[in-house]
Design a protein around this ligand. Structure first.
Ligand code: CUA
Length: 166
């Protein structure tokens, strides 16, 4: 009796385990898809972000700003002394900022990563040190919510399936 029911039980268990694995794989694939998909990197709900960056020999203040992927970013660059510039490599945007004036840089932070910018007007001996960066963070609240929803959803399905088989 045990000799026949033993292997049979094991077979049922293993097929259920396989079903769990398939579900888990689907959940992970869906999660990865959401995470790396268009929704996470460049959410159409990106916020409008505006920053004032002051330039003076030989630095930008603040030297680093943080935005989220998908944000519509406006930089108002003001010079406190002589003419400086701001060149944003990744977007090929350049503005020249004469003393006490303001230059405007606008772009959509369409992907996570670090965007470096530098002064584009030779303004003195330490001009090469006039650099700054914009840290574009993944649009996490959106991604995490999506991933959690997917995992909870598939987990629930798997649980129901499991109970039905038991
Ligand atoms: Cu400031 Cu070059």
């Amino acid at each position: 009796m045990d000799a026949t029911s033993g292997p049979r039980r094991r077979r049922i268990r293993s097929s259920r385990a396989r079903a769990m694995w398939v579900l888990l794989c689907f959940a992970v694939m869906a999660a990865v898809g959401l995470w790396g998909g268009p929704g996470s990197a460049s959410s159409p709900r990106g916020a409008e972000r505006e920053f004032v960056i002051t330039a003076r020999q030989f630095s930008f203040d603040p030297p680093r700003i943080y935005v989220n992927a998908g944000d519509h970013v406006t930089l108002r660059v003001r010079s406190l002394d002589i003419t400086h510039g701001l060149y944003l490599d990744a977007y090929g945007i350049n503005v020249k900022v004469p003393p006490m004036e303001e230059g405007i840089v606008r772009f959509v932070a369409d992907r996570p990563g670090k965007l470096r910018y530098r002064c584009s007007v030779i303004c003195g001996s330490l001009h090469p040190l006039m650099v700054g960066e914009i840290v574009v963070q993944p649009n996490r609240p959106y991604s995490v919510a999506g991933v959690v929803a997917v995992i909870v959803g598939f987990g629930g399905l798997a649980y129901v399936w499991w109970r039905k088989g038991a």
